[in-house]
Ligand binder design. Sequence first.
Ligand code: N01
Length: 538
Amino acid sequence: MVKSTAIERWEVAVIGAGLSGMYQLLKLRQLGFKVRVYEAGGDVGGTWYWNRYPGCRFDSESWSYVFSFSPEVLREWSWAEHFSGQPENLRYCEFLADKFDLRRDITFGARARSASWDDGAGEWELIFEDGRRARSRFLVTAIGPLSAPTMPNIAGIGDFKGEAYHTGLWPHHPVSFEGKRVAVIGTGASGVQLITEVAKTVGHMTVFQRTPNWCTPLRNSRISPQEMESIRNRYDDIFRRCRETWGCFIHTADHRNAMDLSPEEREAAFEKLYNEPGFSFWQGNFRDALIDKAANDEMTKFVIKKIRARVKDQRIADKLIPTNHGYGTRRVPLESGYYEVYNQPNVKLVDLRETPIERVTEKGLKTSDADYEFDMIVYATGFDAITGAFDRIDIRGKGDQKLKDKWADGPHTYLGLNIAGFPNLLTLVGPHNAATFCNIPRCIEQNVEFVSEMLVHMREKGLKRLEATHEAEDEWTAHVYDTGNKLLAMQVDSWITGVNKNVGRQKRTFMAYAGGAPKYRQKCEEVVAHGYEGFTLR
Ligand code: N01
């Protein structure tokens, strides 16, 4: 239905009511701005609203993921598990929306189609899929780094007559796997979580794997009321520790170099970390483990032994062990019994490097060597990451320049928060921001507070327009590349390096700031201290 074309007017329009949009709304409302949030979904929650697939849960510790801005919320909200599942995570978002009465300033079911800068009026104009229009002086995108799901570019996708779901667009109705023949395509973090859960009830499952990933144990457990009380008393310490680490996770990197230790000492350290929960093994490992090839090789060899010990058939283990990248150089999926799934007689692993999928058929999938029949196909094929959600909105800045064109060879931004040529556009957790590698609510809080303070500063000084200078943008973009170059992860194809063959992006680029959240925060603080250095404010 096309909505009335009467234009809604706001000081600030925010796109997206996930965690970043929700906090941005609350903050700006408290500061007295006339603000409206537009959200494509039917309710708040973003990631936790859309990704309802079985097995979906945090891989950050729940109590380190929680927002820190409200002592009252911290007092009232209790986590039941150390790594909370999607239903509870969505309830947390709903709890925040209820508590702060956020929904009254959110329009749901509003998917932005275009956003154009009107230089004469000094305003953004938003047009939504349903024809609704809005104008605002400032536009804040809170659209998340992983919110544009992509289907595989396989012929015949529409031909399949059975049930078909994408993990990132999971239906709201219950889905049963009992007695069904289920295909899963994709073995990233979503696929690994889903496969492990579906294996518990499925009739028969066939996993189609193109690139294996290195997975290490999540080691989730329940939180008793007493333990929750103790966590509550330690929140200040938890947030302080998170502030000090590279990715704002609770795990502090070992200050030693792996290669300075004897093989026995290294092995003992790896074993200890492997037995700890969450990203301990990845984020708490030796400081050189993700930047020095020799150290990374040692870490990788350790995980290979673990996989081999857990998978009974060594020919299957061979297929599950990555050969084109070292441990931790792609986003690590955390698992709870993933490798053991392949010991089940009703689970088959198809290696697409040996037998690629040729097409989807009415009854299932055809690979180069077989025709498979299924009742259901699950696409765990990921997202057009980081820039994809921007590309899906026709964003035009000064002189009608398309953001998609400007970013054709990779993003160019200032602090991952603004783009030269796109005045008054603020991109929360955007490309080249530290938030991509971050325990995201920690970085969302920093981003939202930076943006809010900047808008207050402008209001107090009677300023109406902000824009990064081309020099500041070039300098920040070069810095993002320099820092990225040091990471082994930047030598590997993954969503982190912007490679997504489903949308035709083959070339690696630097999508995220790899210098770490503390350095990023320091840079932002310096920018403020120097009167918003790098921005032109008028
Ligand atoms: O997506 P992915 P994801 N034919 O891109 C395969 C976060 N997250 O949704 O690697 C066959 O990682 C693709 O194969 P390849 C987390 O940051 C967090 O799993 O391209 N296969 C890959 O195996 C994560 O990293 C949680 O060769 C195709 C898979 O699909 C990010 O979201 C949970 C294909 C996609 O993996 C993305 O994870 C889940 C094709 N045409 C996700 N196209 C938490 O725990 C793609 N694939 C918080």
